[in-house]
Design a protein around this ligand. Structure first.
Ligand SMILES: [Zn+2]
Length: 401
């Protein structure tokens, strides 16, 4: 039923025109995104086609029964070289540009600290898990893709489960809300959506940016709603209530679980395609690559390129699914707050303060947008208010009076 479309009278917040500076930020962001994407293919391809990966594999080979350590040494060297090559572009994208446009106030030492922690975590994760895939490649040359998919899914579940408790605090200070009076208001509001005894977490971002955000994280009982302290403005809580309503929508509608479900299907598909194409490519280029077997750790860049490629091809579908979930979370937040003006104003301010382009192009939407365009979100807020016309609410069953 699209009848609310004809009753578009819920709030009258105009979609702002993208400012000149926002458009410049949009264009430079797209160029940097393309460069980073290109690098993620070029670096492993160079490792492969120059025979350097094979050399690195030989160099890392520790004689005797130290197969695991050979893999670990290769990974350590591979990641170190990879990070060194991509560091300048990462620094320019994440630090220089964001400061130039006034979006970040993060100190250089904090940026370096975060980058170093990420790299370390990445190395630890790679050393902990990659050998399992190589063992499967060795033991089951025909079915490794199937077992590897299961392992990859299990690892992702594990990381999603531990990240709110073990990983996120490595980067930021996260704790209960500081403003107890406000917390009580938010909790009373949360109980309207059936979230009794829940805890809302506050993450300190005010030393890094003025931008505001919130998210739901975790699985298997570690789920939590986290709000950036920059979004907490005690004198203007209407926008915050909508934000919380939106995040509770993700939570109540099990969006994390749905996402993991789609992710699991995609993982099987991506590993299967990687399996088929890697055999084909290795058969034709083994002389150039200077290794013959996929279970040789030197094949890592080949597997990375293929997984990267198929993930990239799947990303429009994932963005589409994510945009759909975001729209439903917006609907949930609107039905719960019934304050369309506050929601539309919040989105308008994203466009004005955070230099978001309210109406990006179709290519950008397909490849990069995991949220609906701000223009669509504002228009949705302006037009969706079934309660005004005595129409039923889509998510009424989740609400307590
Ligand atoms: Zn959301």
């Amino acid at each position: 039923m699209m009848n609310w479309f004809f009753l578009a009278d819920c709030s009258h917040v105009a979609v702002p025109k993208a400012t000149e500076i926002a458009m410049r930020h949009y264009y430079i962001g797209n160029i940097l995104w393309l460069l980073q994407l290109a690098l993620s293919f070029v670096i492993p391809l160079l490792f492969l086609t120059t025979g350097f990966s094979a050399k690195l594999g030989k160099f890392s080979r520790i004689r005797g029964k130290y197969w695991f350590f050979s893999i670990a040494l290769y990974l350590l060297l591979f990641i170190a070289i990879y990070q060194l090559i991509s560091l300048p572009l990462d620094f320019y994208t994440e630090y220089v540009v964001e400061h130039e446009y006034g979006l970040s106030i993060q100190t250089l030492s904090k940026w370096i600290e975060h980058y170093a922690i990420w790299t370390l975590l990445f190395i630890v994760g790679a050393v902990l898990f990659v050998w399992i895939f190589y063992l499967l490649l060795q033991k089951s040359p025909k079915n490794w893709w199937f077992y590897s998919s299961i392992v990859a899914i299990a690892i992702t579940f594990f990381i999603t489960f531990i990240s709110p408790i073990w990983i996120d605090p490595l980067f930021d200070t996260i704790g209960p809300m500081k403003n107890k009076e406000l917390e009580a208001k938010l909790l009373a509001f949360a109980s309207k959506a059936g979230l009794e005894n829940s805890q809302i977490y506050e993450i300190k971002k005010s030393d890094e940016t003025h931008m505001a955000n919130a998210y739901v994280t975790g699985l298997f009982g570690t789920e939590r709603i986290v709000i950036w302290d920059t979004a907490i403005k005690p004198n203007d809580i209407d926008g915050l209530l909508f934000t919380l309503g939106h995040e509770m929508g993700h939570y109540v509608l099990n969006h994390n679980w749905w996402f993991m479900f789609y992710y699991s299907i995609a993982t099987f598909l991506i590993f299967y395609l990687t399996y088929r194409s890697s055999i084909f490519i290795l058969h034709h280029y083994n002389k150039r690559f200077r290794f013959n077997n996929l279970y040789d750790i030197a094949s890592l860049p080949l597997l990375l390129v293929l997984i990267n490629l198929f993930t990239l091809l799947a990303s429009p579908v994932f963005n589409y699914i994510s945009r759909d979930m975001e729209r439903e979370a917006d609907r949930f937040g609107l039905e719960l707050t019934q304050n369309n003006f506050a929601a539309a104003t919040l989105f308008r301010n994203f466009a004005l303060d955070d230099l978001a382009n309210p109406n990006p192009g179709i290519l950008y939407t397909i490849w990069r947008c995991d949220h609906p365009a701000l223009k669509d979100r504002i228009e949705f807020c302006n037009s969706y208010c079934p309660w005004e016309q005595g129409q039923p609410l889509k998510y009424a069953k989740y609400f307590k009076d």
